[in-house]
Design a protein around this ligand. Structure first.
Ligand SMILES: [Mn+2]
Length: 573
């Protein structure tokens, strides 16, 4: 092991010097979160909400329908519920409104404001949306509703004339953390309220809301650095103990062990099901699942979200099938069948839902072993797309190698990203990205060079795991450490899973122990050429260079350290 593995990982991430190191390693709720009143508009918004609470007004929460907005709505309605429990004489009412993704689209609308007015709303608080809604804000004003916008999207030229706007991305907002997600901003407003009036709520009680802020932070692709790191870390801690009936039920149903819950469980099990609600059915189902106090409702909604998620999987499968059909018609061959490396896949259809394309791209990358760019369109939104890399080139590098003004917006990291384009430039997109791919490919750094450290198989132990754990949670802005194991000798290889579509390799370390390495949806064919040949004659003692992440599996309640294969490379002569 490198003399100081922790130091190596931190340095690789640019975390140097005692202050940065301390903030990263000991990310702490008290020390490493900022004063909420530094957020522009927070004091004004907090004071208005406090008076609404005390005067018995009707407060409406209007949130976005995704896995940032929904937990944010839960955070705020939960908070108001707690205020009421702690102050039984208070008479304020709470409403919650989450628009329909397909019927109403993103953000506030005049109709929604009208409906909330009809139900008696005097204050509307938006979560994860609203910063672009100039006209609806005008309408709220006309109706004498005090609109408080909390958002994290980049403000446009013209701001809505709301009662208050809380958004760290406002140019004249001095708040130090600009990259909060929508739920994060909503939580900061709650902190602001509590810093002025605690409403008999015990010091620190609000930390119980961080399970929802954590889900949103992990789901919304915000960098897990700075204050977001605190929210993700504490969020996971609260999630592991969360008493929410629906959340507990959902975890049970998806076979995730709550007390060992990881950021991967959120990414693969929780976020897709929350998002399935608005994509395939109603966002309110997810909101109710996360906020219900009723055991029966928790059970019913879990089943509902499972069904919607299955439906979503069905649509992903049919788009994948359609894409493969088109690729076949273009004469594109699956890599591995002839050893020929494909270049880049660019494809789209106005009928494809952008929100599902990341999953389709994943499936295509698996099969074609090349970067994949897919676009689609949804509702009134423009053209949006997702991209995934096979690891050969960073999709961010590809997107940065296109002529300026190709994308309206683009972002992501090495392996995955997203973009939006004008309808006019979508026709040339294929050609443009192909050229960009050539440029990026010629400059691409081999994956092995990106490894955080070189380890030996003897280093797979609890000490190394503790270091890896210490640097988590991982995600956007803080990728999992990638380790290179040189000249690792394969003792055994097998396919596992119901339809034997996963690969498990066993390696032997110097002490005669076994180290397992797995890759889901893979076979020996998927990796470098010389490895492919062992496909049938496994256990031949082939020596390879292995690139992998270290992870802890709790399968069957047995904690086990194992490697997650990223790539298998030939040993250089
Ligand atoms: Mn958001």
């Amino acid at each position: 092991m490198p003399i100081d593995l922790l130091d190596t990982i931190l340095t690789k991430r640019g975390i140097t010097g005692p202050v940065l190191r301390d903030a990263f390693l000991n990310a702490d709720y008290v020390t490493h979160t900022h004063d909420p009143l530094l957020l522009k508009g927070a004091r004004k918004a907090a004071e208005r909400i406090i008076s609404a609470i005390k005067n018995g007004e009707t407060i409406a929460i209007f949130s976005d329908y995704d896995a940032d907005g929904i937990p944010g709505a839960v955070v705020f309605t939960d908070f108001l519920k707690r205020v009421k429990i702690a102050n039984p004489s208070f008479t304020f009412e709470t409403l919650c409104y989450i628009p329909d993704r397909h019927e109403e689209g993103f953000g506030l609308s005049i109709e929604a404001i009208q409906e909330l007015k009809n139900k008696g709303a005097q204050v509307i608080i938006t979560i994860d949306c609203g910063i672009a809604d100039v006209e609806p804000a005008e309408h709220a004003k006309k109706l004498n509703i005090d609109l408080i916008i909390t958002d994290h999207h980049i403000p446009g030229q013209k701001l809505p004339s709301a009662y208050a706007i809380v958004n760290p991305k406002q140019i004249d907002c001095d708040y130090p953390e600009k990259m909060l997600c929508g739920s994060g901003v909503a939580f900061k407003l709650i902190q602001a309220i509590l810093s002025i009036d605690r409403f008999n709520i015990k010091e620190g009680q609000e930390k119980w809301l961080l399970d929802m802020v954590g889900i949103a932070t992990l789901s919304d692709m915000v960098p897990l650095t700075g204050e977001n790191r605190v929210f993700a870390k504490y969020g996971l801690q609260v999630m592991r103990k969360s008493p929410r009936l629906g959340f507990i039920r959902l975890l049970k149903e998806t076979k995730v062990m709550q007390r060992f819950l990881s950021e991967d469980d959120i990414a693969f099990m929780v976020t897709p099901r929350i998002n399935a609600a608005s994509r395939m059915g109603s966002a309110t189902d997810a909101f109710r699942l996360l906020s219900t106090d009723d055991e029966v409702e928790a059970g019913m909604l879990t089943v509902r979200l499972q069904e919607l998620n299955d439906e979503r999987k069905g649509i992903v499968a049919s788009i994948t099938k359609e894409a493969k059909k088109r690729l076949k018609a273009q004469g594109r061959r699956v890599t591995g069948s002839d050893g020929e490396k494909s270049k880049v896949i660019v494809m789209g259809d106005p009928d494809w839902r952008p929100s599902l394309l990341g999953l389709v791209a994943n499936a295509l990358v698996e099969e074609y072993k090349c970067p994949v760019f897919l676009w689609g369109r949804e509702g009134g939104d423009g053209i949006k797309g997702s991209c995934r890399s096979d690891g050969s080139v960073s999709v961010v590098d590809i997107m940065q190698s296109v002529p300026e003004a190709t994308f309206i917006a683009s972002g992501g990291h090495h392996m995955s990203g997203g973009f939006s384009v004008n309808f006019d430039s979508v026709h040339k997109l294929h050609e443009t990205i192909e050229k960009a791919f050539e440029t990026a490919f010629s400059k691409a750094v081999p994956l092995a060079a990106l490894a955080d450290a070189e380890l030996s198989l003897d280093d797979i132990n609890d000490m190394t795991w503790r270091i890896v754990e210490q640097c988590g949670p991982y995600g956007f802005g803080n990728p999992k450490p990638l380790f290179l194991f040189k000249r690792a000798t394969i003792r055994d290889a097998r396919q596992f899973g119901k339809i034997k579509n996963h690969l498990e390799l066993s390696f032997e370390n110097a002490r005669g122990g076994t180290v397992k390495a797995i890759a889901f949806f893979s076979s020996p064919d998927d990796f470098a050429d010389n490895f492919k040949t062992i496909g049938t004659s496994v256990g031949t003692g082939l020596s390879v260079n292995l690139l992998a992440h270290l992870e802890k599996s709790y399968f069957m309640n047995r904690p086990e350290l194992r490697l997650r294969i990223v790539d298998i490379l030939p040993v250089e002569a």
